[in-house]
Write a protein that binds this ligand. Structure first.
Ligand code: FAD
Length: 519
């Protein structure tokens, strides 16, 4: 039966929009449904007192021409709508531990040399680490569309990062530096699979970019690309149920009871949310048990601030500030009422002005217990107490940062704060988990999901399905669409890419053909 839509996609984050653009470019009639008031999921930004702040995208890796994410963004057409600003190649991030700071440069060779400068006695382990990273990355399917994967990664790439670093025999301090970016993807080094660590580290060592969200919002770039191939996005459109018939997906029911029909449904929220939309009997008990056994990554407490440019330390680099020499402290559950964060991640939006202020975001991990406490306070009907708690947390973040940069007491001003509860409301991710399901060493395959479900024509994509981050969530949709369209055909098109004009001309022909056959 011909429906108004070929595919309905639930969720307008990077994974939903990617699936929408890829299928619309194949001539499908696509509708993306978003429960929030604006599209974009974690790509959305917010504005307070004239300043713009990102929510879930602070930097993007591998976006230089010919690099992995560049190929995908180029094919999706989003590069045409983005001002990207490369971060300092000589130090795109800095790790501040008590008494010592480490500046991380882009480029694997430069990184190796810099590390050897900091740890002169550990050259052999550093070389081994970088060659293992290249080998593991080279074995990944879909990671880099331009490079065919090698047959095998060799070694135990799904084992724990700590165990792997032990086999290299790195010193305790080098280990802290190598794992200092772990809070950025929400997995402590003792449970983080080596593979996950290499994927994130490699992406930023290739190149790190910020999006000029003020002039060219990332969410807007995806919306424009989708619109260019006649895909539709509806906001304020919460899906309450997936319509199924004889084990097959037929469409969705919105929370205003409107029914929309399609030949295929793709769900891109947290997979636990999909179970709520369907009759649980449609899924195997083993699948449900596996899902229930998965642990989510923690959520973040965020402080949005403006910082005078003259003393802002993150103009063209990010920073991690550590309270101790333990890069896993961020995951320890602090005693109640002890608000001290173990680590704070600090980032900023690109600033083109030479004077004035910069939009800066500080993020600190929040334990599930702390999240529940804050949530209960918010719902307690005593807004004053909730606000006071948020201020306490913000003060603790600022105290740690001002130890590193005393001038911030004078030059930085808190504009707003947000909790995992904020993310939970805006993206429906359980407990406001930042990166969804945690990929765990030793249980790696249990935490990875196939895009096809047991229900015919009902699929899943998103950060919890394969890997997190913009690159990971986007690849989850490329993987899914390669099942639908054909892998070779899709990858060939992505690698070939097309200029905006040629793409528009071709799209016109595809859409005409589609409309003729749909009549
Ligand atoms: C604080 C923070 C900082 C981060 N920083 C970076 C970074 O700098 N670089 C990077 O690469 N990654 C970063 N990430 C991770 C990255 O943002 C995510 O991995 C990625 O955006 C996830 O995309 P997604 O499409 O899977 O999910 P989402 O963006 O969460 O999209 C899912 C969408 O589905 C919608 N939805 C769910 N259920 C329904 C329903 N029933 N009906 C309708 N809509 C529904 C939700 O509202 C949501 O909009 C960060 C994440 C966080 C939280």
């Amino acid at each position: 039966m011909k429906h108004r839509y070929d595919t309905i996609i639930i969720g307008s984050g990077v994974s939903g929009m990617t699936a929408g653009i890829l299928l619309a470019r194949e001539g499908e009639k696509v509708l993306v449904l978003e429960q929030h008031t604006v599209p974009g999921g974690l790509m959305q930004t917010f504005q307070r007192r004239g300043a713009v702040f990102p929510t879930g995208v602070h930097r993007l890796g591998s976006l230089k021409k010919g690099q992995a994410l560049w190929h995908y963004f180029n094919y999706l057409g989003v590069l045409d709508h983005l001002n990207l600003v490369e971060m300092d190649r000589n130090g795109f991030e800095t790790f501040h531990f008590p008494g010592a700071s480490f500046r991380i440069p882009a480029g694997h060779d430069c990184y190796g040399e810099r590390l050897k400068g900091y740890f002169p006695g550990e050259a052999k382990a550093i070389d081994q680490y970088l060659s293992d990273m290249a080998r593991v990355i080279g074995s990944l399917d879909f990671y880099h569309p331009g490079l065919p994967p090698a047959k095998t990664a060799g070694g135990n790439s799904t084992g724990s990062l700590d165990d792997y670093l032990k086999t290299l025999g790195v010193s305790a301090r080098l280990k802290q530096v190598l794992t200092a970016n772990n809070p950025f993807y929400g997995i402590p080094s003792n449970t983080c699979p080596v593979l996950t660590h290499f994927i994130v580290s490699d992406a930023y060592l290739n190149s790190a970019f910020r999006v000029d969200e003020t002039t060219t919002p990332l969410a807007g770039a995806f919306s424009k690309s989708l619109a260019a191939c006649e895909g539709e996005v509806h906001s304020n459109a919460k899906v309450n149920a997936v319509i199924t018939d004889k084990g097959q997906a037929r469409g969705v029911v919105l929370d205003n009871n409107k029914r929309l029909f399609s030949n295929r449904v793709i769900f891109t929220g947290h997979p636990a949310g999909l179970l709520e939309l369907c009759d649980p009997k449609l899924f195997r008990p083993a699948f449900q048990k596996r899902l229930a056994g998965c642990e989510n990554t923690r959520g973040f407490f965020g402080v949005a601030m403006t910082w005078k440019r003259r003393s802002c330390p993150v103009i063209d680099n990010d920073a991690f500030v550590y309270d101790s020499w333990d890069s896993n402290l961020a995951y320890h559950t602090p005693p109640p009422e002890d608000h001290r964060p173990g680590t704070v991640f600090l980032s900023a939006l690109p600033c083109t002005e030479t004077s004035g202020t910069v939009s800066v975001t500080a993020l600190a991990g929040i334990s599930p217990g702390e999240h529940q406490r804050m949530k209960a306070l918010r719902n307690s009907g005593e807004p004053g107490r909730y606000q006071a708690e948020k201020q306490k947390l913000a003060r603790a973040v600022m105290t740690l940062l001002s130890k590193q940069w005393p001038a911030m007491e004078r030059d930085a001003e808190i504009i707003d704060t947000y909790t995992p509860g904020t993310f939970e409301r805006y993206t429906l991710t359980p407990d406001g988990s930042a990166y969804g399901i945690q990929k765990k060493a030793g249980q790696f395959m249990q935490t990875m999901f196939h895009p096809a479900t047991r229900v015919k024509n009902l699929f899943m994509a998103g950060q919890s399905i394969s890997f997190n981050g913009i690159h990971g969530a986007l690849v989850s949709s490329v993987t899914l669409c390669s099942h639908i369209v054909g892998k070779e055909r899709l990858m060939e098109k992505i690698i070939k890419g097309e200029s905006g004009q040629k793409r528009a001309r071709k799209q016109g022909v595809i859409n005409e053909k589609r409309d003729r056959t749909r009549k």
